[in-house]
Design a protein around this ligand. Structure first.
Ligand code: FES
Length: 240
């Protein structure tokens, strides 16, 4: 008999070493997340995956699954807190979905829809961080970066290049480029790098084929994020 955890009254099997979110994804149960991605080491920074385990708040991407855990995920309180986190992210950056090339393929936008977010609630910070358009094929818009470090991890672990890092503290934290000039054009980045594909927002984009998939036919236009199995690697242009 496989060991199980219980999420929202549903028994879910897990394997030794899996986190709660990994067990949930394997069973097709959606726990909202941004800094987690199947196949990547847990990061635990966005806190969107916060659930309660036996009444205690934990992040599902860092908490190991253990037999008989009683997990609450889809509650009104947790969804409301998640909505507030996403509203803060929208207020803190410049996420203008109607004219963003990533619209429909953007995980931040898709999570906002799934959490029934209708406005940003908080005052917009309107940051003016630098944009790096120095590379012919890759664009970095730091105003859309949510600092999940997926690109940092992808570049190190999958692309074996170490192109990105986060630098600074608090509000001055920003994504920096590992090259002599600090610009993408002098880095080892390539438009096919996993680091570009893994970005959950429009911060890093392949600019060589803009709008190659028409608006309305993109990944989250077709199926809402909470109905997609994010444990299965996505092979479309912008994966989650
Ligand atoms: Fe768990 Fe970000 S997905 S903290």
């Amino acid at each position: 008999m496989p060991q199980t955890i219980n999420i929202d009254k549903q028994n879910i099997p897990f394997s030794e070493g899996q986190s709660i979110i990994e067990a949930a994804e394997q069973a097709g149960v959606y726990i909202p997340h941004l800094c987690h991605k199947a196949g990547y080491k847990a990061h635990g920074s966005c806190r969107l995956c916060t659930v309660t385990v036996n009444g205690r708040w934990v992040s599902a991407c860092t908490e190991p699954a253990e037999a008989h855990q009683q997990v609450e995920n889809n509650t009104r309180e947790l969804q409301s807190q998640r909505r507030a986190i996403v509203q803060l992210l929208f207020a803190e950056g410049n996420h203008h979905c109607p004219f963003c090339e990533k619209s429909g393929n953007c995980q931040l936008q898709a999570v906002a829809y799934s959490l029934d977010m209708h406005d940003t609630h908080f005052a917009h910070q309107l940051p003016q961080r630098s944009l790096d358009a120095s590379h012919p094929d890759v664009l970095l818009d730091r105003d859309r970066c949510i600092q999940c470090e997926l690109c940092v991890r992808a570049s190190q672990e999958y692309d074996k290049k170490n192109v990105f890092a986060l630098s600074g503290r608090g509000p001055s934290t920003q994504l920096i480029i590992n090259s002599e000039s600090g610009k993408l054009k002098d880095s080892q980045i390539n438009k096919n790098d996993e680091a570009i594909k893994v970005c959950p927002t429009g911060a890093l984009m392949n600019r060589s084929k803009p709008f190659s998939i028409p608006i309305g036919q993109r990944q989250f236009d077709k199926i809402p994020i909470d109905q997609q199995n994010t444990c299965v690697p996505d092979t479309t242009e912008a994966s989650t």
